[in-house]
Design a protein around this ligand. Structure first.
Ligand code: ZN
Length: 132
């Protein structure tokens, strides 16, 4: 598995895009809304990995709930896998709780599934696989 990206929950994507564009001295290479997750996202390339900024588009979004509880900050770590269906079944068999029982469409042309943080030491982990 490779660290594909780090997801950061933000209140205002436009403001945060400017902030991170200054830090990284580059513009986001992509902005995308994921309607099923009620989020707007943007992506920066940082070497082998990426930074994903996520802003809620409505109060039912997991990102809105996260910010309400914990404030802005690191939301999840995403690891790229070669076969997401295999990894989901493998981790389920190992006793891990998954938020998504089957992969769903995520941002940046990926199939994704999240592991529940209560079975992963409090860290929200995303498995992702590039769509062919
Ligand atoms: Zn992500």
């Amino acid at each position: 598995m490779k660290l594909e990206h780090i997801g950061i929950a933000v209140k205002d994507l436009e403001k945060s895009n400017k902030l991170f564009a200054t830090i990284f001295n580059q513009q986001p290479y992509k902005e995308e809304e994921v309607e099923s997750e009620h989020v707007k996202t943007s992506f920066f390339k940082t070497g082998e990995s990426k930074i994903e900024l996520l802003q809620a588009t409505d109060p039912t979004s997991a990102i809105a709930k996260f910010i309400e509880k914990k404030g802005e900050g690191i939301h999840h770590l995403a690891f790229e896998v070669a076969d997401i269906d295999f990894e989901i079944n493998r981790l389920k068999a190992e006793g891990f709780e998954l938020i998504h029982q089957t992969p769903k469409d995520g941002a940046d042309n990926k199939r994704i599934a999240f592991l529940h943080p209560k079975s992963t030491n409090g860290v929200l982990l995303e498995l992702c696989q590039e769509k062919k």
